[in-house]
Design a protein around this ligand. Structure first.
Ligand code: HEC
Ligand code: HEC
Length: 431
């Protein structure tokens, strides 16, 4: 149950925890601690730290891809490499019921839905009830996210309870599927200052209000201020640190410091009397390791380019794709050298856009039913399914489904000559 993001958007509604600190501060502090520790080690060994000057991660080469496992960004200190390796292990770790899995959950490990740190064709289900302008997440019935599996029968001195996966209740009027997203390069996105996104939204508003996006503003109770959401199909999560804790709880049923309250199966909190692992499941270390993993996970390397893909890149700009799928962004300061004031190439503005019929009908955090975050296009060539529900089996189909603020660009796509369209698609397949 529980719409996992409620604590950013108003008084906490469900049994959710609180956000642990503001954008990246504690985590950044920890990473720079790792950097400092490493520097001391090197000094002790009579060495000095050279500037490796690593940036964009876009060269061809051993980037992430099927088969070669998760790759870290270049230039990590020894301590950061160790933290990444620990994160890889945690990411692939299958939690057991004794360790806190469930009572209801979607899968046993992160890697199950994000193979090698990428996406899969796996979807999860969200539901809710639209009444006029109002959207009800039906939290008392287990909304808006379905946990599709249960740990089964548990017997205690009080009796026996059978934990089953949740179903979409009859009261729901909206039901949406959400595909897992690739996690490559998200450390760069995490390191972009909030003000960059605010400025980008202003810039788009000035250039063309008809297609302009807006920042997903989430209220952070711990600091009493708005912060900018950028992760998830609805830009509903502000940081990788928050996503780690939230995914542990919502996908696996693992409670932790920021997310203390177990999910009530189908909204029935009485059932938790039979929870076999009622103590806090993660003391914070698992979420921390996952944050490290995602922070340092390399961006997808670029595929082969040619005259055709170069021409396609120009078409991409000419017909207005690049206004939302912004080719490059620049990070702020980061203790991870590769992420420090680095320019990277996600092909996204990470803003919310009204996508008309392409929206999924679920209101979540700052996003309305028709609003979706611009999906980054880097690594497109590694995917086999597209769009938030994974319903598009080709890139072309995904483009043709653009509606709302994306409709004009789609119509210009439809109007391209065969040759231009082939160039554009070749470009997209090279990302
Ligand atoms: C049952 C499948 C499933 C499991 C298990 C799962 N995820 Fe996901 N993940 C998804 C789906 C679906 C989305 C899209 C969520 C949305 O916006 O609705 C997603 C999105 C994300 C994103 C956002 C990516 C972006 O581009 O903004 C992050 C980060 C993430 N997951 C991390 C994790 C971590 C860490 C774990 C393990 C604790 C995990 N996930 C476990 C299915 C899963
Ligand atoms: C108004 C902003 C906007 C414009 C303009 C736009 N897009 Fe998108 N694009 C989005 C959003 C938002 C999504 C995610 C939609 C969803 O799945 O709900 C998306 C998704 C995609 C996807 C699927 C990505 C994936 O991983 O599933 C592709 C491919 C894509 N866009 C290509 C294009 C191309 C090519 C153009 C130009 C013809 C274009 N877009 C114009 C906002 C835009």
């Amino acid at each position: 149950m529980t719409s996992c993001h409620s604590f950013f958007t108003g008084p906490p509604r469900g049994p959710t925890g609180r956000l642990q600190g503001m954008r990246s501060t504690p985590h950044a502090a920890r990473l720079s601690e790792l950097t400092r520790r490493h520097r001391l080690l090197l000094v002790a060994a009579g060495l000095f730290v050279t500037s490796l000057g690593v940036s964009a991660q876009r060269g061809p080469g051993p980037g992430p891809g099927p088969g070669n496992g998760p790759q870290p960004v270049a230039g990590l200190t020894l301590a950061q490499q160790q933290a990444f390796a620990e994160g890889v292990r945690t990411f692939g770790r299958r939690f057991t019921v004794a360790e806190g899995l469930g009572p209801v959950f979607n899968d046993e490990s992160c890697a199950e839905c994000h193979r090698g740190g990428g996406d899969t064709t796996r979807t999860v289900t969200r539901f809710g009830r639209q009444e006029g302008e109002g959207f009800d997440t039906l939290a008392h019935l287990g909304g808006s996210l379905i946990q599709a599996r249960g740990i089964g029968t548990v017997s205690t001195s009080e009796g026996t309870y059978d934990f089953q996966g949740e179903d979409v209740p009859a009261d729901a009027t909206v039901r949406a599927r959400r595909k897992s997203q690739p996690l490559f390069g998200l450390g760069f996105v995490d390191a972009v200052p909030d003000d960059t996104f605010r400025a980008l939204a202003d810039e788009q508003q000035a250039a063309d209000p008809a297609t302009a996006g807006r920042v997903s503003l989430l209220f952070d109770h711990t600091v009493g201020a708005d912060i900018v959401g950028r992760f998830g199909w609805k830009a509903q999560v502000p940081t990788l640190r928050v996503f780690a804790g939230e995914a542990l709880l919502n996908e696996m049923g693992i409670t932790g410091p920021g997310f203390r309250d177990e999910i009530c199966p189908q909204g029935n909190c009485d059932a938790l009397a039979f929870n076999p692992a009622p103590a806090l499941n993660d003391d914070g270390r698992e979420a921390e390791a996952l944050t490290d993993f995602m922070t340092m996970l390399a961006a997808p390397g670029r595929g082969a380019t040619s005259d055709e893909t170069d021409r396609g890149a120009i078409v991409f700009g000419q017909i207005g794709c690049a206004s939302c799928h912004r080719p490059s962004l620049t990070t702020g300061p980061s203790p991870v050298r590769a992420l420090d004031r680095a320019t990277f190439f996600p092909y996204s503005d990470f803003l919310l856009h009204d996508m008309g019929t392409l929206g999924d009908g679920i209101s979540q955090a700052a996003a309305g039913g028709r609003e979706m975050r611009t999906q980054p296009l880097w690594g497109l060539r590694l995917q086999t399914r597209y769009l938030h529900d994974g319903s598009a089996t080709t890139i072309e189909e995904a483009v043709r489904r653009h509606d709302g603020q994306g409709r004009d660009a789609r119509q210009r796509f439809d109007a391209l000559s065969e040759a231009e369209r082939a160039q554009l698609l070749a470009f997209l397949r090279s990302l």
